[in-house]
Design a protein. Structure first.
Length: 319
């Protein structure tokens, strides 16, 4: 499908069929042998091996993903200043490269497979990701909303005008940070995005906000096309989706991790996970779709094989 024939993301969103998201980008880059131990995380790969970032995107598109997230989750002015290998790099140029590489991957998909579409979500991670202490999984930042707004404002503005199809506000531990980001999104009325949270057991955000309160707030946010949960085990995601669905949310997004837990002290994923945990997505997929999930994929420690299996399962449900 050439560029002239490609439907907009807004048009695709109005169709009844759910979209398939990609899987863990950093996980795929590490599988290629890249060292992402840097404050820029996957953004460092854009400066060292942009060809492999493009290849990782293409791997997910070929597996059946329709939406890929840019390698910008941890690319901020602060992360660029803290980078060991690329200290002081112009972080805006890294954002530019991330969008360009994703666009190239989508163009290859569309020119090589008639009738298929691919869309790009500009990834915006939480403030906690720059702290490198696991704060995105618990919240409790020691900064006020004005500081949070200053931290996020330029990146939101830059990606909103970059040519991506939507924004992905990911791994948010609190409603407080989500409210800041929703306000910033309103500065760009032509943009849309989804808001995805980290959660704990019991139907709350990682910081402890009731998900019913999250649902009430986002019911009034017209640019928020979906809310949901990512980078948690599938059973935690399942509980969060039940609460959000019961609270009246009609468009949900979910992309669990492999079931492992990030240990900031050792900077490693620990615990049980792997293929058995990932297979639980497909087992839950039909129920999630009935709850109102419109986009579904994978997060950390998942790869193209898992996305391909999920895409096949969703296709079987559609029939």
């Amino acid at each position: 499908m050439g560029d002239a024939e490609k439907k907009s993301f807004a048009d695709r969103w109005l169709e009844p069929l759910p979209l398939v998201l990609d899987g863990g980008l950093a996980t795929r880059l590490e599988a290629y042998g890249l060292n992402l131990d840097d404050a820029l995380w996957s953004g460092a790969a854009l400066l060292e091996r942009p060809d492999l970032v493009q290849e990782a995107h293409r791997d997910y598109l070929e597996a059946g993903a329709e939406v890929i997230c840019t390698a910008t989750y941890q690319v901020t002015e602060q992360s660029a200043a803290a980078s060991r290998r690329w200290k002081g790099v112009d972080w805006r140029k890294v954002l530019d490269e991330a969008v360009f590489v994703a666009q190239q991957a989508c163009s290859a998909r569309e020119s090589g497979a008639a009738g298929t579409g691919a869309w790009i979500a500009g990834s915006i991670g939480p403030y906690g990701a720059t702290l490198h202490d696991g704060s995105e999984y618990r919240g409790g930042y020691r900064i006020d909303e004005a500081e949070l707004e200053r931290f996020h404002a330029e990146k939101v503005a830059y990606l909103a005008e970059s040519g991506v199809d939507l924004l992905a506000f990911e791994t948010l531990p609190s409603l407080r940070e989500a409210k800041v980001l929703a306000r910033l999104l309103r500065n760009h009325p032509r943009s849309m995005g989804y808001f995805s949270f980290t959660c704990g057991p019991g139907g709350t955000t990682a910081e402890g906000d009731e998900l019913s309160a999250v649902a009430r707030f986002f019911a009034e946010q017209q640019q928020a096309i979906a809310i949901g949960v990512n980078c948690v085990p599938s059973d935690v995601a399942d509980e969060a989706l039940r609460v959000l669905s019961a609270s009246g949310v009609r468009a949900l997004v979910v992309y669990p991790n492999s079931g492992e837990i990030w240990d900031a002290g050792s900077a490693a994923w620990v615990g049980n996970g792997g293929q058995k945990a990932v297979s639980a997505w497909s087992e839950r997929a039909e129920r999630w779709l009935e709850m109102g999930v419109r986009m579904m994929g994978g997060c950390c420690r998942t790869g193209p094989e898992e996305i391909a299996a999920l895409a096949r399962h969703i296709a079987s449900i559609k029939r």
